[in-house]
Design a protein around this ligand. Structure first.
Ligand code: BGC
Length: 422
């Protein structure tokens, strides 16, 4: 009796403190993310605006470069005892930080706002790695888009390639006509983005084994050797200027009719819109080739994870930020600006400014789920931990840079690089 009374008193004191703290708190955040320039910076600015309109104080730390840089900064900040209040984080890294107890639990907010009923089912296991909500999903990005130049394809009377053989045949004709076939900017993640599409389009089961399960036998298989051989052929379809070229510059080559094709995720749509290129006029979008027929979807998703804080302003600010991200209004405004598909299934893409490519992305996502062909992207941190992804990307990017490496050697190096991480 005495014990339970003491316990009850303790609980009510805690509750009073919590109420008093909440009342005094001024919600604020400092979100760490990788969107430092162009359409990406413009898209994240919409979150800042909405957060401020909802009464929050918005600060951001944008880390230039790709995801690896943000992940490295996150790790060093956590080690230094200054974990960010909010960070753009993906895939298994979410589970990793959750498993050591570094992340804030969002279950109460999620229950109050009914997230379980509205978040796309393909995302929930990523956002709830151990059953509790620890991440707020912003979007679904499709990685396997092939952008094409209507000007070049029309002039040469070529169709959109459906298989890799079609693609190679089209590129032979395009090169013979004096155009660049495949616009590309070399970087570990963009080389890996292309290779995601190649392996998946050659053999979706191989993709699952090698890139989702990190199965080293699959990496050493003939299928992987064939995939590297296809990539080698594609390097031959690029021009000599791939080093140091950004993905936006590569995109522009296709949209201005200098190159026939560009392979990249749908953040390209956002960048194209911002630059004033018109869908159906300056470019078309189709899925990258698959040899197995049907619809394919390589999924990437941006989400925000909240690290435990002691300052009540930041704690309160996390709730406000999560709630803002999950609002239908934000999911429209942000995703229109980002080129992606909302993470909520109850958003109507026929209104609000979504492009045909974005609407087609949702149609293809649904078809791919029905056909059982959906995979997550290795290149975009959705499958294996960064240490494995980093090791794989190094092999892939080295292969693109050095044409003396044979497909057989690359497949072996891929497996060895992964084995070395264990
Ligand atoms: C991110 C996108 C980003 C793209 C290019 C992807 O990994 O998920 O948000 O636009 O990289 O930087």
């Amino acid at each position: 009796m005495k014990n339970s009374k003491t316990h009850l008193m303790g609980a009510s004191v805690v509750a009073m403190v919590a109420v008093a703290t909440t009342a005094a708190a001024e919600p604020r955040t400092n979100m760490m993310h990788q969107w430092a320039q162009g359409s990406e910076a413009a898209a994240i600015a919409t979150l800042g605006e909405m957060y401020e309109a909802a009464g929050g104080i918005w600060e951001q730390t944008a880390i230039s470069g790709h995801t690896s840089n943000t992940l490295a900064k996150l790790r060093s900040d956590v080690v230094a005892g200054i974990a960010p209040a909010a960070v753009q984080l993906k895939g298994p890294e979410i589970a990793e930080w959750d498993s050591i107890g570094a992340t804030a639990n969002l279950d109460e907010l999620a229950a109050a706002e009914g997230w379980d009923d509205v978040v796309a089912p393909e995302l929930t296991s990523v956002m709830k790695p151990a059953g509790s909500w620890v991440a707020a999903p912003m979007n679904i990005h499709r990685v396997n888009w092939l952008y094409s130049s209507p000007a070049i394809l029309d002039e040469l009377g070529l169709d959109i390639p459906v298989t890799w053989d079609d693609f190679n045949a089209a590129c032979d004709a395009i090169q013979a006509a004096g155009y660049v076939c495949l616009a590309h900017g070399a970087a570990d993640w963009s080389d890996a983005t292309t290779f995601d599409s190649v392996v998946y389009g050659m053999d979706a089961d191989l993709y699952r084994a090698a890139f989702q399960e990190a199965d080293v036998d699959a990496m050493r298989s003939q299928g992987m050797i064939d995939s590297f051989a296809q990539l080698r052929r594609m390097v031959g379809y690029m021009d000599d200027g791939i080093n140091g070229r950004s993905w936006e510059q590569s995109m522009t080559m296709t949209m201005t009719g200098e190159a026939a094709f560009f392979m990249m995720g749908d953040w390209t749509v956002a960048s194209a819109n911002l630059a004033g290129f018109e869908e159906g006029v300056d470019y078309n979008c189709n899925q990258t080739p698959v040899n197995w027929g049907g619809n394919g979807f390589i999924l990437n998703s941006d989400s925000v994870v909240f690290f435990n804080q002691t300052d009540p302003d930041y704690i309160e600010g996390q709730q406000l930020l999560a709630s803002t991200i999950m609002s239908p209004e934000f999911q429209v405004v942000f995703n229109v600006a980002k080129g992606s598909i909302p993470a909520r299934t109850d958003v109507d893409l026929s209104v609000g400014g979504f492009t045909q490519c974005q609407q087609q992305g949702l149609v293809d996502l649904t078809a791919s789920v029905e056909e059982g062909t959906l995979v997550r992207s290795m290149a975009h941190n959705m499958t294996v931990l960064q240490k494995y992804r980093g090791a794989m990307m190094e092999v892939i990017t080295e292969f693109v840079a050095d044409d003396s490496i044979t497909p057989e050697e690359a497949a072996e190096q891929l497996a060895e690089a992964v084995e070395l991480q264990d």
